[in-house]
Design a protein around this ligand. Structure first.
Ligand SMILES: *Cc1c(COP(=O)(O)O)cnc(C)c1O
Length: 429
């Protein structure tokens, strides 16, 4: 590391001890980062090829208003998503407001009263509990007579094949598989393991629809779940595939029939994909998707960098410093409320937006303890941008993710450590 960059970091509030500690860790990660670069390069070519094949042109960025009939950009973008993720069709819309909405749409449009939904990978993401009706909620699937079955992992991480086999019955219509661990303690599923699970399920009931909640997983590996037998993948554009530029949106990619069902539910029976103006955002959808492989690469490097720094300091980190990655989320168990708050203050202080505010723990609806959150994002709630949060309860784990560039993620993590160090909450070994 040359002298002047060190000076820049000192100017940016990082003391020499923290800088030295972090630089040593970064030096040890070179080979690991090269492997990630190879994945990003493959994915960049995948996206580029899909854009060329579908004749993306300047006309695509014009956007439409009103009904949005014959919106060229919208239709081409959907084909670009379909080709990149290896699906027959795609629905990629600013009218899909978030990831939960995209998942609710995929479920509610492909299930009918009397059907059963199965999760063979334990409890789904918090917000889906209300969609499904695990927690009773107005408009849930349960209200419409769709029942729900769940099979938990064995020993935290192994598929319970016997249990899954027993849970599949003549009413089982759709299986939901969450790729990322989210805020659960299990491991994130690799695409390969998702493939094994789908093969097993289809060997018992070939016509069951296998949907993957792909949030945080896009472009982390060279393959996506549709390549290993999934019928539908679903995600949010203010996470990985929006590349930080999409200001809103969600996607569903997969089998034509599944995607069409979702389109008829999003707009209206009879209208489906034919309406839905792309307004002024379609250009940023294209550009964000084009950048997404690189952005995800930076976020992954940041997560691995953090895992290795905090692991070296004696904290439990999930995933650990060396294991393979299947999403961009990193958890660090900081053990005390002071350390959790200091960490989040560091992330906030490193942000391009709102760096001057101090995050405070507060009682958020739906949580049983106070929660602290750090985010200084261009797009509200965007978690492909560097962000961190954690509930103030044992083991005081912080979950953090994102970073539009590796350099920003790296600085955020250095800043988190700086805050812990200044307050004597950590010793640099
Ligand atoms: C973020 C996320 C969701 C929900 O997405 P929102 O955009 O927050 O509604 C669902 N599942 C997983 C695994 C997620 O990470």
């Amino acid at each position: 590391m040359n002298q002047s960059l060190n000076e820049v970091y000192e100017n940016m509030g990082i003391c020499p001890e923290v800088l030295q500690f972090c630089n040593d860790i970064e030096d040890s990660l070179k080979e690991r980062f090269e492997k990630l670069d190879a994945i990003a390069e493959m994915n960049q070519m995948k996206v580029l090829k899909a854009m060329q094949k579908n004749h993306v042109s300047a006309e695509c960025f014009a956007g439409s208003t009103g009904y949005g009939y014959n919106d060229l950009g919208r239709d081409v973008l959907e084909q670009v998503y379909a080709d990149t993720f290896r699906g027959e069709a795609a629905l990629v819309r600013p009218q899909i407001t978030c990831g939960t909405h995209a998942l609710a749409l995929a479920l509610m449009s492909n299930l009918r009263p009397g059907d059963e939904l199965l999760s063979p990978v334990g409890k789904p993401y918090d917000t889906l509990e209300e969609v499904i009706g695990i927690r009773s909620s107005v408009g849930s699937l349960a209200e419409y007579g769709v029942t729900y079955a769940q099979v938990d992992f064995i020993d935290g991480d192994e598929f319970d094949f016997e249990g899954i086999k027993n849970a599949i019955n003549e009413r089982t219509k759709l299986v939901t598989i969450q790729r990322s661990k989210g805020y659960a303690t299990r491991k994130t599923l690799s695409v390969e393991r998702i493939g094994q699970l789908i093969s097993f399920i289809k060997s018992i009931k070939p016509d069951v629809i296998c949907m993957v909640d792909n949030c945080y997983g896009e472009f982390v590996e060279e393959r996506e779940p549709l390549e290993v037998g999934a019928d539908m993948i679903v995600g949010s554009l203010i996470k990985n595939p929006g590349g930080g530029l999409a200001p809103i949106g969600g996607y569903i990619v997969g089998r034509k029939e599944c995607v069409e069902n979702a389109a008829y539910r999003l707009t209206s029976p009879g209208l489906g994909k034919e309406v839905g103006a792309s307004l002024g955002v379609i250009g940023s959808f294209f550009q964000g998707f084009f950048l997404a492989p690189t952005v995800v690469n930076g976020a992954l490097k940041g997560a691995i960098y953090a895992a290795n720094i905090y692991e070296k300091l004696g904290y439990r980190v999930v995933p650990n410093g060396t294991e393979s990655r299947h999403d961009i989320i990193q958890a660090v168990e900081l053990k005390t409320p002071e350390a959790l708050c200091a960490f989040c203050e560091g992330i906030q202080a490193a942000a391009p937006v709102d760096s001057y505010v101090t995050p405070e723990p507060w009682a958020m609806p739906g949580y049983d303890s106070d929660v602290i959150m750090a985010a200084g994002a261009f797009v509200q709630g965007s978690s492909i941008e560097l962000s961190a949060d954690g509930p103030l309860k044992e083991p005081y784990a912080v979950y953090f993710q994102g970073g539009l560039t590796y350099y920003h993620a790296k600085y955020g993590i250095m800043m988190s450590l700086q805050k812990l160090y200044e307050r004597n909450l950590v010793k640099l070994v």
